[in-house]
Design a protein around this ligand. Structure first.
Ligand SMILES: Cc1ncc(COP(=O)(O)O)c(C=O)c1O
Length: 451
């Protein structure tokens, strides 16, 4: 009845896995937001350092993790794989449920897995300051701490609704040395334009990205960092799934289904992509992305070229999108309120290699409470979507009377999200209907792309 499956520090992966090498077709090009022509490395260099651009465009299957990055990973990696015996018993399921717990990182989520290499490659390239955005605050805290480790300055545009709901996330970023601005902010043209039109705008990830990109593009010593969506971010997160595979070997098991929550796609890619390598080699494994029904990018979006941000400054990529000016409702899983999705995750969904399912926030909080009362860990509201998926799979196994091995990614803890739990217990949370009309309107504004 072993519960924790642990690896030693010397078993931290030495290479990241690049799913591009195993895709049925090469990824679509990424387009310049002004010309709508394929971007060149020269277009992107003001935003990203060469080391990351190389990874962004690479089709190499394995990419070496620099020693300087592995040394910092040692502070919390390898993360544990835990068998959820107590949850299984409560559900009375024949399923075996395992979860990979990324909440043991200093910032409390998977985000430092990519923040650290991003800061590292920026340091190598002589960047002085990083500008970035944060939704729920998880990414902001992660890039703040990574900048601190490499002596870089850091400016964070924090989506207003989270800035107001999560003051401790802001404090954590400040503690790790970052400057934090509520977005939309008066610091940028993008922010000023929105504030002039709508002074009470609650912000969105799309707006905050516009502000951070503008900041980086208008300062020579500053580069931009994104906590999700991009190929190199998904690449860095694959340490999650690579470790999980080794840990499942220790357990003598292999998943029938691998589950992650989906916002921009990075933690999902992290747990799922290494298993897609097995799938490409002929192994049977289902892979499931769980998203909020209020922002159902993968299940209700269209697979099309769209801007990554609201102000149309970020590159245009082929992805599932609800439209770049779609403003998702203010659900408490702030990290899942993004109109688009990672182009790589979109592509594997499009090819039918990955299933997607949308769930309401009330059933996710219910799953999170069940989980906390059995497995003891308080999950981040984002991660609760993966728990919902895992519980539903376990209940389906029970209904069928057949065992099933379930692996899910618990992407973060919820210690700084207790306001959301308070609201849930006070009966103040609601399930938002799928905003079909707003999405329809927003999809009218997709760029007209010739490629
Ligand atoms: C704990 C946690 N999980 C998941 C997400 C969603 O992001 P992604 O889809 O990039 O993993 C976030 C985003 O902030 C998060 O904080």
């Amino acid at each position: 009845m072993q519960t924790k499956f642990l690896l030693g520090e010397n078993q931290i992966p030495t290479h990241w896995y690049n799913v591009v090498a195993d895709l049925p077709e090469p990824p679509a090009p990424v387009l310049h937001p002004g010309t709508l022509q394929p971007v060149t490395p020269a277009d992107m260099l003001p935003l990203f350092p060469p080391g990351l651009l190389e990874q962004e465009m690479s089709a190499e299957r394995w990419i070496k993790i620099p020693d300087e990055v592995r040394e910092i990973y040692r502070l919390w990696r390898p993360t544990p794989l835990i068998r959820a015996h107590r949850l299984e018993r409560l559900l009375g399921t024949p399923a075996r449920i395992y979860f990979k717990y990324e909440g043991v990182s200093p910032a409390g989520s998977h985000k430092p897995n990519t923040a650290v290499p991003q800061a590292y490659y920026n340091k190598l390239a002589g960047t002085r300051r990083i500008a970035s955005e944060t939704g729920a605050g998880q990414w902001g805290t992660s890039i703040a701490l990574a900048c601190q480790m490499f002596g870089l300055e850091c400016t964070i545009y924090m989506v207003k609704v989270s800035h107001d709901q999560k003051p401790y996330r802001r404090s954590m970023m400040q503690l790790w040395g970052a400057e934090v601005l509520s977005s939309p902010s008066p610091r940028t043209n993008a922010g000023r334009t929105i504030l002039a039109r709508e002074p009470d705008n609650q912000g969105s990830l799309g707006i905050a990205i516009s502000e951070a990109v503008e900041d980086a593009a208008t300062h020579d010593d500053t580069r931009y960092a994104l906590g999700s969506v991009l190929n190199h971010v998904c690449l860095h997160q694959t340490v999650i799934g690579l470790e999980a595979k080794e840990q499942l070997k220790l357990a003598g098991d292999y998943p029938d289904v691998v589950i992650g929550c989906h916002g921009g796609g990075s933690n999902f890619a992290g747990i799922a992509f290494p298993f897609l390598a097995d799938k490409a080699a002929g192994k049977q494994v289902r892979v499931l992305a769980m998203e909020p029904s209020s922002c159902p990018t993968l299940t209700k979006g269209v697979y099309a070229f769209d801007f990554g941000d609201t102000a149309k400054m970020a590159p245009v990529a082929k992805m599932y999108t609800l439209g770049h000016d779609f403003m998702p409702p203010g659900i408490h899983a702030g990290g899942l309120r993004y109109h688009g999705a990672s182009p790589l995750v979109s592509q594997v969904v499009h090819h039918g290699l990955v299933e997607a399912r949308a769930v309401g926030q009330l059933s996710c909080f219910e799953a999170a409470v069940t989980f906390a009362r059995t497995e003891a860990i308080i999950p981040a509201p984002e991660s609760s979507h993966a728990i919902r998926g895992a519980i539903d799979e376990a209940l389906a196994a029970k209904a069928e009377g057949k065992p099933r091995t379930i692996l899910f990614n618990l992407s973060g803890h919820g210690h700084v999200d207790m306001g959301a739990y308070d609201a849930y217990f006070a009966g103040k949370l609601e399930d938002f209907e799928y905003p079909a009309e707003k999405v329809k309107e927003s999809l009218r504004h997709l760029p007209k792309v010739a490629v």
